[in-house]
Design a protein around this ligand. Structure first.
Ligand code: GCV
Length: 684
């Protein structure tokens, strides 16, 4: 009886709470912390940035009432770059931007209820940049949250409304609050038009909105721009006319945008033009642009994502291309390298270029938009993926040479350091399509600022700011813990139901959402098909990248290369990435490979189902709108995880010729219908 009474009271409390919770559409992101608590803030004079810092502190103060807070510029040697020092009643920084970042950090810690203490915080990377793959017609390559907030719609994408400007300001504020300080405004598959006068005028207008928040504007450029919009006959980087064209163009840009950041370039990759079209090298191309940008302080981010249709293992090509060029780039060039050697898969080993380049600075490129991880339909917290990459040991200078250390300047001094994330932002009301995709934007910023932060801490911060009030209620703690659990397990679950044990790139053609392990097509290049990657046959499955195979293992330093090379020491999470393994091979669990594969797929599906149950139990803990949105998306994710499992197991079973273990759920689909389903464009 007492139990029933208690349950009724809990239910009534939850109901009251749910009706009191205000409707939320997600537009406010993690910045919901307005407050009425009074604070007096004194700053070092007035400037747009200092005034913003003061305004933010007054708007979001959750500390002691009627405090006097002092913002001051300091030459404390412990503070580096745009870092800051927090004390209970002061924020000190070398730069005004440091004061703004310090203000956001102080507000965050107050909201999270962390005690105020004295500490210094310095950014891990000096440039923390979002890459928007936004096309000038407003579409977004691999975008799942609506259309571009910068381009498109009317007048060739050039019109600017008051609403646009407000959106850009809100975008800049959200970024600054997590330390992001750069935006590349257009797709790396770049239209040359971006460098024409009318588009540059629009870039200027956008830059004006981003500037007060410390966000520098960068552009992706098309290597053939001198031909496409400049009326030159060629774009040969050694041609003096071409060099002059770039110098003039850069001068024109800086006259409009004095703090312009520089260029991002995808050259000689996936059909994009580049210096190799003229028999020149990536160095020739990058240095030509670097020379044009150097007098203005601009930089070139040259992408290493290059591969050609050739018999060579695709994952080896970038390293082979760039390693011989190490040291030949100008000082204001940095190589932008995707986390893995292939292409943002659910799990990849780190790119060997991080440990390979010794004289050329390298910056990681992460993908925030979930091209290969469920778009905006699936809840996958990517922070754990990035944390895993950053913490990998390259053994470049012996043990401890992590990817983080190879890129943040701790292993070798560079003139600047940088990190990029491919944005998941569009004009959807909640910015990112899935509410939980906001967490990936947030996590990228937080890791770019501090590449040692733990994902579980980032998740906890985000949950509280995004869903809960600063004053914690009893139900809040339960919600926070449950949701943190879901987030922390979500990426591993996706790996399990999509591509466990090192499998990779077995997606349906084109949309990269659903499975198509059967996909092969003689008419396109082999490395755009699935069978090229999994190589399933009657003996086994996996890509042999050992010394007897493509020898990709030797692009890594010892002792890692030998560890990866041997079947018995290769970490099982990368097993089928580096080895073609017999179906009967025994794994550490004692299961043979086929059984283990079945169990992993099944585990992934069950995990998503458990996320559903956990989320359902949270009904009433947050606003109805976002609760139901996530609930419905988890339903879709559960359905699609099952499709992944069934498609892969039924297809691979044709080669393994073994039974699916009876203690897991049998596939509920048949192979033929799955082939039809995932082919359809509507499926993605
Ligand atoms: C912007 C993958 C994606 C492409 C993307 C490319 C890149 O191939 O599928 O959409 O193009 O990577 O990073 O350049």
């Amino acid at each position: 009886m007492a139990y029933i009474k208690r349950m009724i009271i809990v239910a009534l409390l939850m109901l009251t709470q749910a009706t009191l919770l205000k409707a939320e559409d997600g537009q406010a992101l993690w910045l919901r912390g307005n407050s009425n608590i009074k604070v007096t803030v004194s700053g070092p004079g007035h400037s747009p940035v200092v005034d913003l810092a003061i305004a933010e502190l007054k708007r979001g103060w959750h500390g002691k009432p009627d405090m006097v807070l002092n913002l001051r510029i300091s030459d404390n040697p412990a503070i580096k770059g745009d870092g800051f020092q927090l004390e209970e009643s002061a924020i000190s920084a070398r730069t005004e931007l440091g004061l703004l970042y310090g203000a956001y950090e102080l507000l965050r810690s107050q909201y999270l209820g962390s005690p105020a203490r004295r500490f210094v915080s310095n950014p891990s990377y000096s440039r923390r940049i979002l890459n928007h793959w936004d096309n000038l017609d407003g579409s977004i390559e691999r975008g799942y949250a609506g259309r571009s907030i910068f381009w498109g719609e009317k007048e060739n994408g050039l019109s600017i409304t008051e609403q646009d400007k407000e959106k850009w300001t809100a975008y800049a504020r959200a970024n600054a609050s997590i330390g992001i300080n750069g935006s590349v405004l257009n797709n790396v598959n770049a239209s040359a038009k971006i460098l024409s006068k009318p588009y540059l005028e629009k870039v200027r207008a956008i830059a004006e909105r981003l500037r007060p928040y410390g966000i520098k504007t960068y552009l992706s450029v098309n290597f053939s721009s001198p031909v496409l919009i400049g009326k030159l006959k060629k774009a040969d980087p050694l041609d003096p006319q071409v060099q002059q064209w770039w110098k003039d163009k850069v001068k024109e840009i800086y006259a409009l945008i004095p703090d312009f950041g520089g260029f991002l370039v995808k050259a000689n990759s996936e059909g994009q033009p580049g210096p190799q079209d003229y028999g020149r090298t990536h160095v020739d191309g990058a240095n030509m642009m670097a020379d044009a940008l150097e007098p203005f302080g601009g930089i070139v981010m040259w992408r290493a994502f290059v591969y050609n249709p050739s018999p060579e293992d695709r994952t080896k090509q970038a390293y082979k291309e760039f390693l011989p060029l190490d040291g030949a780039f100008r000082k204001n060039v940095i190589l932008q390298v995707k986390n893995g050697p292939l292409d943002f898969q659910p799990r990849e080993p780190f790119s060997p270029l991080f440990g390979g380049m010794t004289k050329t600075p390298v910056m990681p490129e992460f993908q925030i938009t979930q091209e290969y991880l469920g778009g905006s339909k699936q809840l996958v917290f990517l922070s754990t993926l990035w944390e895993e990459c950053l913490n990998n040991d390259t053994f470049k200078n012996g043990k401890g040479s992590t990817v983080a250390a190879c890129t943040d300047g701790s292993l070798s001094k560079t003139d600047f350091t940088a990190i990029a994330g491919v944005a998941n932002i569009g004009n959807d009301v909640n910015w990112t399509g899935h509410t939980f995709a906001q967490a990936n934007w947030y996590a990228f910023g937080r890791l770019a600022w501090n590449n040692k932060l733990e994902s579980k801490v980032i998740a906890a911060e985000w949950i509280k700011q995004t869903f809960l009030d600063s004053k914690e209620k009893k139900t809040d703690a339960k919600f926070a813990k449950t949701v943190q659990g879901i987030m922390m397990e979500s990426r591993e679950a996706a790996v399990d139901y999509m591509m466990p044990l090192g499998l990779h790139h077995i997606f349906a053609e084109g949309h990269h959402y659903g499975p198509a392990p059967w996909f092969s097509n003689d008419k396109i290049r082999a490395d755009w098909t699935s069978v090229y990657y999994h190589k399933a046959d009657e003996q086994g499955i996996g890509f042999d990248r050992t010394r007897n195979g493509s020898d990709a293992v030797d692009q890594y330093h010892e002792p890692l290369s030998s560890k990866l090379n041997s079947l018995s020491t290769c970490p099982e999470i990368y097993l089928l990435w580096f080895h073609h393994v017999p179906w009967s091979y025994r794994l550490k669990s004692g299961n043979d490979l086929w059984t283990e594969l079945c169990l992993r797929y099944d585990r992934g599906v069950n995990k998503v189902r458990s996320f559903q149950k956990d989320w359902d139990r949270m009904d009433g803990a947050i606003d109805k709108e976002r609760f139901q949105e996530v609930q419905s998306k988890l339903r879709t994710q559960s359905r699609d995880a099952q499709i992944w499992k069934d498609a892969c197991l039924l297809y691979f079973q044709q080669f393994s010729k073994r039974e699916i273990p009876f203690d897991i759920e049998r596939p509920v689909h048949d192979l033929q219908s799955l082939k039809e389903l995932t082919k359809s464009r509507d499926y993605n």
